[in-house]
Write a protein that binds this ligand. Structure first.
Ligand code: SAM
Length: 311
């Protein structure tokens, strides 16, 4: 009896300590600088890249089932978004801006397979450094540190704007859209994918859902989430968009990514172990957030929105 009680308290104590570490190390959004520091740290410790490769986004699973490798699913995602948004209709040499480019996974595919001339921008200096290291000499792809809310480009200077899973980090979504559509030339192509909440105004979250949303915001430097409809309306009413905005919810294609992102650690244990014992703690620390994300996307509290329009 004593042994049983002791084990019970030990387990409770273990989870208590874990949850304190989790809460105290939350990465709350304060400004763009907090986003930059978080991505600098994620890039420097190499964990994310070792585990998930050069793409920091979800994969595309055609049948909605876990039937292809996570890394292949990420590459497939890029090709699917290109096809869906019509970017493949642009001729080689077209100028593309990749907003929130990470370490350049999408940018390199756009340059290599479609022959585009790609500029990638991110708020994280470490990501720019790593993106440059990963880019083969001669590929038409360059990277710069820049805030998406203050783009240093002339109006209409790109034939297409591409942005994958960066918008959830932007506090001012209207300014985010304004800046991207300002630098898009008239008739140019716009393709964006992002994490959205369901429409919380018409379908308010329960007490538990509020707690989950709070964690999803605070753990991965997100200031706020808005719904697919809300972001579509922002795009539609922008003076530089053609007004014809098409959006879809790709939850069914992308949801298998969440479990897959955890399984990658089991499939490739050496990738983590070779980074030292601290890397194991760091990777375990991300699991609760990944599981909460999985729950929220499966229940429809979160939605994977894709958007296309013309300049
Ligand atoms: C989830 S990652 C996606 C990276 C990349 N698009 C990919 O799919 O691999 C989010 C990216 O948005 C960038 N980001 C966040 N806030 C930004 C801002 N205000 N300006 C520029 N980039 C930003 C981050 O630095 C990071 O590169």
């Amino acid at each position: 009896m004593f042994k049983l009680l002791f084990s019970f308290f030990l387990i409770v104590f273990f989870f208590l300590v874990l949850s304190i570490i989790w809460r105290n190390n939350a990465r709350k959004y304060i400004s763009s600088s907090t986003v930059a520091s978080a991505y600098d740290a994620w890039t420097q410790d190499k964990l994310l890249e070792r585990l998930w490769g050069e793409h920091i986004h979800l994969g595309f699973y055609p049948s909605g089932k876990k039937n292809i490798d996570f890394r292949k699913a990420k590459v497939q995602f890029v090709h699917e978004l290109v096809k869906w948004s019509g970017l493949d209709k642009l001729p080689q040499g077209s100028r593309i801006l990749d907003v929130g480019c990470g370490i350049g996974g999408s940018s390199r595919i756009l340059a290599k397979y479609y022959g585009f001339n790609v500029t990638g921008i991110t708020i994280s200096p470490s990501q720019v450094k790593r993106a440059r290291e990963l880019t083969p000499h001669g590929l038409n792809c360059n990277f710069q540190v820049m805030d998406a809310l203050d783009l240093k480009f002339e109006d209409g200077s790109f034939d297409a704007v591409w942005s994958v899973e960066a918008g959830a980090h932007m506090k001012d979504k209207t300014r985010f859209a304004d800046e991207m559509l300002r630098i898009l030339r008239p008739g140019g192509y716009f393709a964006l994918a992002d994490w959205n909440s369901r429409d919380l105004g018409s379908n308010p979250p329960s007490f538990f859902e509020k707690l989950v949303l709070k964690q999803l915001l605070e753990q991965w430097v997100h200031p706020n989430f808005i719904s697919i409809n809300e972001f579509s309306n922002i795009l539609k009413t922008n003076e530089n968009s053609s007004g014809r905005v098409i959006s879809e919810n790709w939850n069914s294609y992308t949801n298998p990514s969440w479990y897959d992102s955890i399984i990658e650690g089991i499939r490739r244990p050496l990738e983590i172990l070779s980074l030292g014992p601290f890397a194991i703690v760091k990777s375990v620390r991300e699991i609760p957030t990944i599981l909460l994300m999985n729950w929220a996307f499966r229940k429809g509290l979160m939605e994977f929105g894709v958007y296309k329009c013309r300049g």
